[in-house]
Ligand binder design. Structure first.
Ligand code: PLP
Length: 424
């Protein structure tokens, strides 16, 4: 760790939450250099939906490299790319009656978001974009402008104009219809809201603290977009790729976004980002939005393997089953915590356990790490413990991880009670 502390910028983050040197990983488990094993409920922030070093992926990558398969090809056609595209069409788009064109952007999620915003503005000839409270879309300048959290926004002393924030569902509690507010702003010529080119949102806000939009709210938002000629962009970077139980998180609601951003697990563990959009939105001139690393051939090879999970509904059913397991366990733990204000929210295999007491969630995450569980925080004040295990995790491992979380919470509660008793 000394080299990290000495040489790596202060900006480093996760290494502070999980201070050890990891050496190997398989499935839902990581092992550090001294042989200590950890269960992984973080899964590379949603990049490892199919687990670490998935056997099928490893074998395909080795074969590709041993046969001198193309590793870098700019955006030229390669066998790895055409195979991936065909499989994505056959396994994901066609069975869902979705007709999208595909644009390969730079390799991380934020590149896909930047592309979506640029294309939407170009098509509509409007500068404004509507984003939502607690949304997170990445940290390059355009994506940062549609990201809510001031912790990230404060450092960029540049103009972040051309974005208006509207309240997400339940932002003011469940008795206020936030879509009514949005509609009123759009209809009133004196509201001060410039008609946006697009709205961008996550159907389940992940970094923002696990806020789940209902199918009705999403449907209502889609109707508003159609009525006011606004493009609907769903950012499925973290909760796409099966996290919700369906391949796309919006499937349950029945909406059809105009654009969808995908990254993280689409690369089967390797960097890959892409943007899907309706064919008539493909208004780019050739080479107009370019870059060196667009379409990573090793990621295409990896992704082609992981897309096989979607050839039948086994994974989808497993995610929905494990979702129920997580929900029941977390709700039970929450109900047993007398005197602590908590909340459990989630869908599919992304859940948040919120502790209203400031700092408590961070203590829980730290204690979990000491006990061999890697679990991160979310929310504006890091008040939510975020459950994000690989979708392929075995049920015993899932139960074991939740047991560790439960033990950590109960020990901390006990320590606090003892402390109070000593004080009085
Ligand atoms: C919903 C969402 N959009 C965009 C991003 C940005 O992706 P990246 O960090 O790969 O740039 C993230 C990252 O966590 C995300 O969760």
């Amino acid at each position: 760790m000394r080299i990290i502390e000495k040489m790596e910028s202060n900006v480093r983050g996760y290494v502070r939450s999980f201070p050890t040197v990891f050496k190997t990983a398989k499935g839902a488990r990581l092992t550090d250099a001294s042989g200590v094993e950890y269960l992984d409920f973080f899964a590379g922030a949603g990049t490892l939906n199919y687990g670490h070093n998935n056997d099928k992926v490893t074998a395909a990558l080795i074969e590709h490299l041993q046969n001198d398969g193309i590793v870098h090809g700019l955006d030229m056609a390669t066998s790895a790319k055409t195979t991936f595209m065909q499989k994505f069409k056959d396994v994901i788009l066609t069975p869902r009656n979705l007709e999208y064109k595909m644009q390969f952007t730079g390799p991380t999620g934020t590149n896909s978001v930047e592309t979506a915003l640029k294309l939407a503005r170009m098509i509509k000839g409007r500068s404004n974009i509507v984003a939502f409270t607690n949304g997170f879309h990445g940290l390059t300048m355009g994506s940062l402008a549609v990201t809510g959290n001031s912790f990230y926004r404060d450092e960029a002393h540049i103009s972040r104009s051309n974005v208006s924030f509207m309240p997400y569902e339940n932002y003011y509690g469940d008795d206020i219809d936030t879509l009514r507010i949005f509609r009123r702003h759009l209809s009133d010529p004196s509201s001060g809201l410039d008609t946006p080119a697009a709205v961008i949102l996550e159907t389940i806000q992940a970094e923002g603290g696990i806020h789940v939009a209902s199918p009705e709210w999403l449907k209502g938002l889609e109707e508003i977009c159609r009525e006011f000629d606004i493009l609907l962009i769903i950012d499925d970077i973290q909760v796409g790729n099966g996290r919700s139980g369906d391949f796309f998180s919006f499937e349950e609601s029945g909406i059809t976004p105009d654009m969808v951003t995908l990254s993280k697990s689409i690369g089967g563990g390797l960097p890959l980002a892409l943007l899907l959009f309706r064919p008539e939105l493909d208004q780019w001139k050739p080479g107009e939005h370019t870059g060196t690393f667009r379409g990573n051939n090793l990621a295409f090879v990896a992704s082609t393997q992981t897309l096989s999970y979607w050839e039948n509904d086994d994974l989808s059913k497993a995610v929905k089953y494990k979702s129920q397991v997580i929900r029941e366990r977390l709700e039970k733990i929450s109900s047993e915590l007398n005197g602590y204000e908590t909340d459990v929210r989630g869908r599919g295999m992304i859940f948040g356990f919120e502790f209203k007491e400031p700092g408590f969630a961070a203590e829980v995450s730290m204690k979990c790490f000491e006990k061999g569980l890697i679990i991160e925080l979310a929310g504006a004040e890091d008040q939510v413990v975020k459950f994000l295990p690989p979708l392929t995790i075995a049920e015993e491992d899932l139960q074991e991880g939740i047991n560790i979380f439960e033990e950590a919470v109960k020990e901390l509660v006990q320590e606090k009670e003892n402390h109070l008793r000593e004080e009085f």
